[in-house]
Design a binder for this molecule. Structure first.
Ligand SMILES: NC(=O)c1ccc[n+]([C@@H]2O[C@H](COP(=O)([O-])OP(=O)(O)OC[C@H]3O[C@@H](n4cnc5c(N)ncnc54)[C@H](OP(=O)(O)O)[C@@H]3O)[C@@H](O)[C@H]2O)c1
Length: 223
């Protein structure tokens, strides 16, 4: 898939972290990049506004969903269902709302790319909501790759990546988390947003990739 002056890419969640790194990379290519998130007025939890958003844009080539990084942690016995459902509303139902609203507007050769996370397939006690949301995204993407063909549908699954998602952490704890990842992951580094952005570019540009989940996790799943 070649980028041309008429190529339109939409990054939902492109105001921060992985989405912003991808938007910056896309901006170095020909065409237009549209970034949307709550700070620009689009809350993906509001399905009607997602539909209006894509109707207003018209035809697009590539739609990338990186929105929503927060999810409650902890064991089931402490689970707050309201917080868990809100996380699903953004990351899972938001992704589906975007795909549903965008699909009729995607040009031939276009793509939809979702974001999951290594916890989709790694058993870590206390992460059941992230695991469930990410696994659900990976599962539906395969179905959508068939239902929406010839639009290509893929998933990028990041490992621990230093982004604004962790800005609420105490700085020493954040550094320690990242240092530990760098010391123990087979790749001997923690992820940078740019590392993950490269994966999105790969699935967007390679016309033979669809229904795929690409792990960019420093080897977290093989450790
Ligand atoms: N960072 C990691 O270690 C890691 C690991 C595995 C998976 N992931 C996944 O990678 C994706 C991106 O994570 P990140 O680290 O780049 O997170 P981030 O820096 O926190 O960025 C999240 C983005 O989502 C947007 N967003 C949040 N709620 C939204 C809503 N209701 N409607 C529209 N936009 C919304 C935010 O913008 P506004 O605040 O303006 O809405 C922001 O642009 C997430 O799916 C995350 O689960 C990240």
């Amino acid at each position: 898939m070649k980028f041309g002056e008429g190529t339109i890419s939409v990054v939902i969640g492109g105001s921060s972290g992985i989405g912003r790194a991808l938007a910056l990379s896309l901006e170095t290519r020909p065409g237009r990049v549209i970034v949307a998130s709550r700070s620009s007025g689009l809350d993906v939890g509001d399905i009607a506004s997602v539909e209006r958003f894509f109707t207003d844009i018209g035809l697009v080539d590539h739609v990338i969903f990186t929105a929503g990084s927060s999810a409650p942690g902890g064991p089931l016995v402490n689970l707050d269902f309201d917080t868990a459902k809100t996380a699903f509303d953004v990351k899972f139902w938001g992704a589906l709302a975007v795909a549903k609203a965008a699909a009729p507007h995607i040009k031939p050769g276009g793509t939809i790319t979702f974001t999951s996370g290594f916890l989709a397939r790694k058993t870590v006690p206390g992460t059941l909501i992230k695991t469930a949301m990410n696994a659900a995204i990976e599962a539906v993407a395969k179905i959508l790759a068939v239902e929406l063909a010839p639009v290509r549908v893929n998933v990028i699954s990041p490992g621990l990546t230093d982004t604004e998602a962790y800005q609420g952490m105490e700085p020493v704890a954040r550094k320690s988390m990242l240092d530990q990842a760098a010391a123990t992951l087979p790749a001997r580094r923690f992820g940078r947003a740019e590392d993950i952005a490269q994966g999105f570019l790969f699935v967007i540009e390679n016309p033979f990739v669809t229904g795929a989940t690409i792990d960019i996790d420093g080897g977290a799943l093989v450790r």
